[in-house]
Design a protein around this ligand. Sequence first.
Ligand code: 5AD
Ligand code: SF4
Length: 482
Amino acid sequence: MKKKNLISLPSFREEARRDPEHLIIQENDIVPTTFLVSYWQGKFFCIKTYGCQANIRDSEKIRNFLFRLGMRECPDFSGADMILFNTCAIRENAANHLFGELGRAKRERDKNKDLYIGVFGCLMQEEKALNRLLEQFSFINLVFGTNNLYSFYELLEKSLRNDEMEVAIYSQPSYLQEGIVEKEGSRYSKYTAYVDITYGCDKFCTYCIVPYTRGKERSRRMEDIIAEVNCLKEKGYKQVTLLGQNVDSYGKDFGDSYAFATLLENVAKTGIERIRFTTPYPSDFNTKVFDVMAKYKNVMPALHLPIQSGSNRILKLMNRRYTREEYLNIVRELKERLPDVYLTTDIIVAFPHETEEDFLETLSICEECSYDGAFTFIFSPRPMTPASKMKDDIPLEVKQDRFNRLKDLIDSLTEKRAKTFVGTIQKVLFEEVSKRDKNMISGYDEHGKLVHVKGDSSLIGQIKEVKIVESHTYSLIGELYE
Ligand code: 5AD
Ligand code: SF4
């Protein structure tokens, strides 16, 4: 068992605070000490990332730190000198999966006593999960939270020098970090990149743990975002995805409600070939954003607009700040301006007190919006959230039945839209050799639809016109169009 140094621990009460505290922007690079470089140079690391795009971007930031130590990456545990887990707290199964994987890492440690193991990210901000980790997995070397990413070198060094488990989880993020030098290859792709625009969330939907695990909403300065996009474009990146829990809240913390539309327009003007963004919050959305989407061909005709439920009663219990009618209005305005838009959503079924009538309203709004795709979830109670204290009064088989009925409806809508692509010409950005067939190359069209064509890896990184010849529910088959 390792000696523990508990530098700071999470507190949901602290994390729920939203004081108008002044944010400091730090603009310095963070460089490793010679001790760290000589310890890690030439060694191998493996990062397992759970959860959403924000976590993927955070893992890239840690990869950057590791590559700057002269480390190399290996795809799995075997051969690794360091294993890191970037965790997710959004639903219970992500936590359970992590604990299973930690058991596997422990067996690797039993084979190699010098194996370094670290755990970071959203789940570490959650008190119960952290306590379980500290009790059951005391062999871990390092634990840090979402607000301690930039202390990585410092914590790593401390844990090695003192041979103890360092635990650092701050509740209140008080600064934004800019100015970190990015080593080539630290992002997962050479062609598509995530760009953070906001961190955290102030919405407090009653089911959601994110406002507690990622703290209050903070926007990056517009000039820093534009500089990052320009830099990516110069390096040959074809696509950026602007990231935030609520992208359309961008700038509200510095008093500008329309800032997202302005930001999107400025990113479009950089001339980068493709721009996507995720995730907008329905009632923060304003039609100026749709105008920018319609005006600039490099803003992709795709929108992921989470509805969560089609019932006003459930939306209220969820503390979503719009009604079914308001949401439908937004979708109508969107489709008026962008008739070709590819509209997707997130839906939770079996939220506490959801009746069959409420659920039927969810099904009917899916048909009214004619979604092209959706991520669907069964409600999962998360610690400390108001919904976790509501009576979970729906039998398991009813939950599963609603989930299946919703999934069938969404799949049929997705399939219906997919068929409309057959015979059309789509621009596809090729990203990788197909996982199923090594003679096929896979990429995404402008709507975000997965397309496979016969070809070789020289296509990767290029945008080509493709004639769609066949449709499946989740993908299209095409031929290169001369
Ligand atoms: N249970 C089920 N789904 C959830 N989501 C967020 N919190 C929960 C929860 N407690 C879903 C929402 C959100 C997506 C990222 O995850 O649909 O939009
Ligand atoms: Fe969670 Fe709601 Fe914030 Fe999205 S808007 S991160 S669902 S609290």
